[in-house]
Design a protein around this ligand. Structure first.
Ligand SMILES: Nc1ncnc2c1ncn2[C@@H]1O[C@H](COP(=O)(O)OP(=O)(O)OP(=O)(O)O)[C@@H](O)[C@H]1O
Ligand SMILES: [Mg+2]
Length: 243
């Protein structure tokens, strides 16, 4: 077996009677950045939620470090070394920055090394240290996204799954965000990145998958897909067209 840190084999996911994901297989190698790109409603968030154990696959398997995830509850999935920065950040806006970070380290193993993790988080995001006692809801959009990532890092994951981290950020902050993802990857964090900002995502990705209507329609090296005529045709500017 190759060093696939995460491996998904033929999963189907339904919401009630409606199928959102069709026979999806993908893998993420240890130490890599893998991008999952596609239009609105393609099934990107569903796939991340299924890996996290929030939604369940009706068919297929998901392995992390060679162990099956299917029967695990979301907090047990976190315990295996998978951390998920959800779409829309989902911070506790009435809690302070520090309290949000503490919640990211709620599992016993992570709690024991909390101060070390906090120091690392503040090293990566000095602005969060300054805002430690400020309510998360009072931060700027960019700062909130940084806090969401810092919170996810508090469980000391092997893999970080990011669901549209650049959404709603100014062009300068988008660039900062992609640089940050590369920095995290340089620090040995494997990344599964969901993005609609396809150009930037494919530029930093070692491997990428294009998902359309719940199916993987293309896979390859990031640069390869960037120059693929089908990919070029499917997006306008830096965002995807609806169909
Ligand atoms: N909780 C839910 N109940 C029913 N259907 C859902 C639910 N969540 C998502 N869906 C449907 O599943 C499909 C995939 O949605 P998903 O949120 O995974 O797409 P996405 O690729 O993340 O889109 P976006 O780029 O807009 O975030 C869509 O058709 C969506 O309407
Ligand atoms: Mg989504």
């Amino acid at each position: 077996m190759e060093n696939h840190l995460l491996e998904i084999n033929g999963i189907n996911v339904f919401y009630g009677d409606v199928q959102a994901v069709y026979d999806v297989s993908l893998h993420v190698d240890e130490g890599s950045i893998v991008a999952l790109v596609g239009a609105n409603g393609a099934g990107k968030t569903t796939l991340l939620k299924t890996i996290s154990g929030i939604t369940k696959a009706s068919k297929g398997e998901i392995y992390f470090s060679g162990k099956p995830l299917a029967k695990l509850k979301p907090q047990q999935v976190v315990g295996t070394g998978i951390s998920h920065v959800p779409e829309g950040r989902r911070l506790f806006s009435n809690l302070t920055v520090l309290e949000n970070l503490k919640l990211g380290a709620y599992l016993p193993g992570a709690r024991r090394i909390f101060s070390d993790s906090l120091e690392r988080a503040y090293g990566l995001f000095p602005v969060l240290k300054k805002r430690g006692s400020q309510k998360a809801g009072s931060l700027s959009g960019g700062e909130q996204q940084m806090l969401a990532i810092a919170r996810a890092m508090m469980s000391r994951p092997k893999i970080l799954m990011l669901d549209e981290p650049s959404l709603g950020l100014s062009p300068i902050l988008v660039r900062t965000m992609f640089e940050l993802i590369t920095t995290l990857n340089d620090q040995n964090i494997t990344i599964l990145l969901v993005e609609q900002n396809i150009h930037q995502a494919l530029k930093i990705a070692h491997r990428a998958y294009v998902i359309k209507n719940g199916k993987i329609v293309l896979a390859g090296r990031g640069e390869e897909l960037l120059s693929d005529p089908e990919v070029q045709k499917a997006y306008i500017g830096t965002r995807w067209s609806k169909q």
